[in-house]
Design a protein around this ligand. Sequence first.
Ligand code: PEP
Length: 249
Amino acid sequence: MRKKIVAGNWKLNNTVADSEALASAVAELATEVEGVNIVVCPTSVNLYPVKAKLNDSVALGAQNCYDKESGAFTGEVSAKMLTSIGAEYVILGHSERREYFGESNEFLKAKTDAVLAEGLVPLFCCGETLEQRESGIHFDFVKSQLTESLFHLSAEAIQDVVIAYEPIWAIGTGVTASSDQAQEMHKELRDHLASKYGQEVADKISILYGGSCKPANAEEIFAKPDVDGGLIGGAALKAEDFIAIAKSF
Ligand code: PEP
């Protein structure tokens, strides 16, 4: 059985007090959810205070981290620092980081290694633009993101990675991929993983969907056989909506 995961990406939102309140509300509601790994990913300055508000029902994740452990890298946060405050997950390669901060597949390869070496779970994001989808290169493009950043990993190591397919045209737009579009890409990615690592390994890797996922559409998307949960942006900022999504399995 693959792990079911619902992770909230809070992005650049919330003061410490707002984040603490949201974390407390999520933690309380999450005790009603069984069989789903619930993760919240506040901005880095809020990770530590949020951790103090969580319980065993909710894990802490970061939105990013650097590939170096320490040194003269002003403004960065390392994987070791994240584990030292109890984080268990890190979002890597979100399309916003790729677009606004120029993160390349090569850089994400190094970040993935750093995160795995520290025992954190990378929530590795991939996804195509609308133009790429309309020109029919979306499958090849997304598969190349996996190939270039992850396929150097051993069969053992790749099983610790969680993949989040997030079509860029669906992020924060209110436009969701249809459940069939999500399933089609997830299956394509699982087949791609199987071509490199074998079906048994590919079947163990959780692939999440992200992009305007909300309580109204989560159930249909999560019902698809290759969808193992969601990476949730806007709807994760309301505890009730976020937990309603986690209950959608
Ligand atoms: C995201 O940014 O990871 C995301 C899925 O955002 P939203 O749910 O707001 O589309």
